[in-house]
Structures are given as C-alpha cells and as structure tokens.
Design a protein around this ligand. Structure first.
Ligand SMILES: Nc1nc2c(c(=O)[nH]1)N[C@H]1C(S)=C(S)[C@@H](COP(=O)(O)O)O[C@H]1N2
Ligand SMILES: [Mo]
Length: 515
C-alpha cells in the first residue's frame, strides 16, 4: 500500500516541478511560453463579466497577481488530487497527470501571441514532472515504507527510507518553487508598466516637428487644446489591461510576401534617425461630434524605410500588422509606402508611448481610421494580400480599408449650455487627413451657412480648429450646426448613418439656451 498522503505530496511536487521547469525555460522564449501566464490570460475572458469589475475594484493593480496565484494554487490542488488517486490507481493517476499537463500546452497553442515553439518549455516541464512523479511514487512504495508501522515510534528500517522520501520530495519541491520564483511569470509580474516605460529613453529626434503656432488654436475657452494631452487622448482597444512589454524584449518582425525577413529590436530602432510629426488619429466608431479623435506629436521611424529593407513582393497589396495581444489591422500597402508620414512610433508628445497607447511601439498612419492602421503594441508586419488575409475588425463586419472621412465638431457652446444673450462664440475642430480642411461652415438655427475663421493649418494630417460668432442672439432655445469641406472639395454629408462599417456621418449640431 502507498500512503495517500505521500502520493498526494508527490502529485503536488510533480506539479511544482512541471511549472517551475517550464517557467524557468520560458525565460529563453518570452512571456507567451510561460504556462502560468497563458492560463491566467485565458481565464480572463472566461470570467463572468459581473465578477471582473468587483475583483478589479477590490484588488486594483494586484488583480494580475491574484489571478496567477489562484491559477497556480488551482494547479497544485489538482496535482495533489491526482497524486492522492495514485495511492490506489497508479496507472490512471499517471495518465491523468499527463492529460492535465496537456491543458497548459493546448492553452499556449491557442494564445494569439504564442508561436508553436512556445510550447517547448511546458512539454519539457511535463516530461520532468511525470518523471519526478513516478520517482517519488516509487520511493513511497518501497516495501519498508509500505509496511511502515502506524505507531508513533517508527521501526528502525522504515525510518531512513521514509526520511529519504521526504528529503527527495523536499529537494524537488524546493527546486520547483525556486524555478517558479526565478521564472518568466514572476519576471513579467515584477516588471510593472512604469518600470518598463522607465527603461526606454527616447533619443533626440533627427527631425523635430515644427512648433505649433499660436495661430493654429483660436483662443476660445472650452475649445480642445490643439495637441491632446496623452491622458485625455481617447483610448480604444480590445485589451482588458494594456499589455506590459519589456522594451528590451520587444522586437518587430516583417515577414510574409517579402524578399527578406527583417527583425528589428528596440535598441536598433532607437539608433535610427527618428522623426516627429503632428498627426490626428481618429476612430471609426466616433459618433458625430464625439471625442474619439485626438492630435499628438508622434516620434517614430518611417514604416516605408522598414518595408524597404524587407522588399515587399510586387503583388502584395496589404500589410497586416499584429499586436502582441492578438489584434490585427489591414493597411493598404500604398499607405505605408507612399510619401505620407506613416510611422512606427515610440514617442507621443515628447514622452515614450503610455502603456495604454501602445508602449513600446505602435503604428500611426495618417488618413486611415485606427482600426485599419494604428496597431498598438505592434510586434509583426505581415506583408500579404486583401484576398488572402483579414484583420480583427474585418472579421467582425467592418471595412477592410477605411480612409478617414471629412468631419467636424463643435466644442463651444456645450450641449444644453445656458449662455448670456448678445454675442455668441462658437468654436470647434475639423479634420480631413491627407486632404486638409479647406473651409468650415456654421449655421445658427435654420439660417444660412457662414464661413468660420480657420486656425492656421499645421499640416494636412492634423485637425484644423476654427471659431466664429453670431451677434445679437435672442433669448430662447437655439441650435448651431457645423460642416467641413476638404481641399478636394468634398463637403461633409448631412446624411446620418451608423458607424459600422466605415464611420458615422452627418452634421454635428448643438442645442443651447440663451437667457
Ligand atoms: N493592439 C491594438 N491596437 C489597436 C486597437 C486594439 O484594439 N488593439 N484598436 C485600434 C483602434 S480601433 C483605434 S481607433 C486606435 C486607438 O488608438 P488610441 O487608443 O491610442 O487612441 O488604436 C488601434 N490600435
Ligand atoms: Mo477605432
């Protein structure tokens, strides 16, 4: 007879060895290869939505640690139960342990950020775990241990072998625990976003962006600043929490329909001449008048130059950019090859990208909505064709290509604001990336369109702010409406439509009261 307590302990220690060895080896492969991280991340979307919010509220930034600890404890309990079973059914228990060990392997395989070789550490861990399991069980089954007296005073022959079982079990347990402590999971958790960002020191731009002239921003209280503060910059992504990426471990791989595959590390990227550009980014889901639009000064390297190194094949017409979290965007290749300032960006307004805006590197492509171009946490550019590959949102009913439409927004007055009778100030912003804003028209109630005064154009890829006024506005309820016209003569359409598949349209109007 094997004692259930011994075999259960063997199961726990085998599990520790499995995760310890795998986690330690994963340091050579990167976070996607760490079984604990993969299991934890897979649980996130499975957790009931009603539970996520309270747990995050309760634990704040420790939610990840909590998740990993729970996952690890769960695995140890499972290992212990299987071990316990081995006291009677050794074969079945060994098979079950092997099956349970396949769970993290399968989970790693289905993670979007992982590649096939990422299962190697866990496969090795599983083999080691099973070997340790059988070894400990055989130690626990030695005849002298088997016949161990139940009395307090142990027989003289049983004591040494029992001690040997515990010593060897203890050694493997300690080694497993030490390996977990030194492994990829703990390393990833210890690297908090702030520390990762602090590791990246931006070089001086080879070419700085021209300063924004005061004339670009009409001086009207309530009008959005010309350059958006990163903390006020809209954030749209599918990540529960922004992935934390160690810049020293980041790299970008350019592959697919190219003559030569190219891999570039952060060190190499930062040594290239980086340029600064003011570019206005827009989300296709922005409702008419909404704030899913922001303007920043991006520091980065032209994607054009990177693609030139890889030499795309002639019939490639799309670059599918992949993020570490599985998001992808399909960008028409010409938008990355022509003379516009499409960037692999590392800086935003003079600072490294904030984690929620793509640290350590993202794409910024003038003139295309973010979902087809602005991949954050970007790690791969796959040169391909629209008739071969599709992107994350394209698979969910949105356009494969999505140029930004001319649009405008009123910032002043605010909806339902009460303003004093007399002179009324109206101000806002308008954008028509790639073309430029030629004119902004504003009307009061059902009056004629009147031309607003435009702030100076900084470049055609940034928004253009505007102001106008109406005098002698009488008491009562009023509406102001805006439309923009781009440099190609396209007039913003009044026709209302929903944002899927390629942006809402219609004129923004604001109701306010004069008292
Ligand atoms: N990795 C990743 N990148 C992404 C997204 C995403 O969900 N995941 N969303 C895109 C969309 S829809 C937009 S509009 C922009 C928004 O960028 P921002 O959050 O920095 O404003 O990022 C794009 N890049
Ligand atoms: Mo978006």
């Amino acid at each position: 007879m094997r004692r259930p307590l011994h075999t259960a302990l063997a199961g726990v220690v085998a599990t520790l060895v499995l995760f310890g060895a795998a986690d330690l080896l994963a340091r050579a492969f990167g976070p996607p290869a760490a079984p604990l991280l993969a299991l934890g991340q897979t649980i996130i979307p499975l957790a009931p939505a009603g539970l996520i919010k309270p747990v995050i509220d309760l634990l704040g930034h420790n939610d990840k640690l909590f998740l990993i600890l729970t996952t690890g404890l769960g695995a140890l309990v499972l290992g212990g139960l299987i071990g316990w079973l081995a006291s009677r059914h050794l074969r079945a228990a060994t098979a079950l342990l092997g099956l349970a060990g396949l769970i993290p392997i399968v989970v790693i395989l289905i993670r979007p950020e992982a590649e096939a070789p990422d299962v190697i550490p866990t496969v090795i861990g599983l083999v080691l775990g099973l070997a340790v399991f059988r070894l400990l069980i055989s130690l626990a089954t030695r005849p002298d241990v088997e016949n161990e007296p139940e009395s307090e005073s142990e027989s003289e022959s049983a004591a040494p072998s029992r001690r040997r079982f515990f010593v060897i079990t203890g050694v493997f347990g300690a080694a497993g625990a030490a390996a977990v402590a030194a492994g990829q999971t703990v390393a990833s958790l210890a690297l908090d976003a702030g520390a990762a960002v602090a590791k990246l020191v931006l070089p001086k731009p080879a070419k700085t962006a021209p300063p924004i002239p005061a004339s670009a921003h009409p001086d009207v209280k309530g009008l959005a600043p010309f350059v958006t503060d990163p903390k006020d910059f809209y954030r749209i992504d599918t990540a529960l929490a922004p992935p934390v990426i160690d810049p020293e471990e980041w790299s970008l791989r350019i592959h697919g329909m190219v003559e030569t595959e190219v891999v570039i590390t952060m060190d190499e990227l930062l040594q290239l001449p980086l340029n600064e550009h003011h570019i206005t980014l827009t989300c296709v889901s922005n409702p008419v008048g909404g704030d899913l639009v922001g303007n920043a000064t991006w520091l980065g390297y032209p994607v054009r130059e990177l693609l030139a190194r890889a030499k795309p094949l002639k019939d490639a017409d799309m670059v599918l950019s992949h993020s570490i979290d599985g998001f992808s965007a399909s960008t028409p290749i010409e938008a990355l090859l022509d003379d516009r300032d499409s960037l692999l960006a590392v800086g935003m307004n003079g600072q490294p990208l904030p984690p929620e805006h793509g640290f350590p590197a993202r794409l910024v492509v003038p003139g295309l909505y973010g979902f087809v171009s602005a991949t954050k946490w970007v790690t791969e550019l796959e040169v391909t064709r629209f008739d071969e590959k599709t992107a994350y949102w394209t698979d969910r009913g949105w356009d494969a290509k999505a140029p930004i439409l001319v649009a405008s927004r009123i910032d002043v007055p605010k909806p339902l604001e009460k303003v004093a009778a007399g002179d009324l100030a109206v101000a806002g912003t308008a954008w028509a990336q790639r073309s430029g804003v030629k004119r902004v028209d504003v009307k009061l109630d059902d009056g004629e369109w009147t031309q607003a005064d435009l702030g100076d154009e900084v470049n055609i890829d940034t928004w253009r702010q505007w102001k106008t006024g109406f005098s002698d506005v009488k008491a009562g309820s009023h509406t102001v409406t805006v439309r923009a016209i781009d440099q190609d003569g396209n007039i913003q359409t009044p026709e209302r439509r929903k944002s899927i598949p390629n942006s809402a349209t219609g004129h923004h109007h604001i109701q306010f009261r004069v008292e």
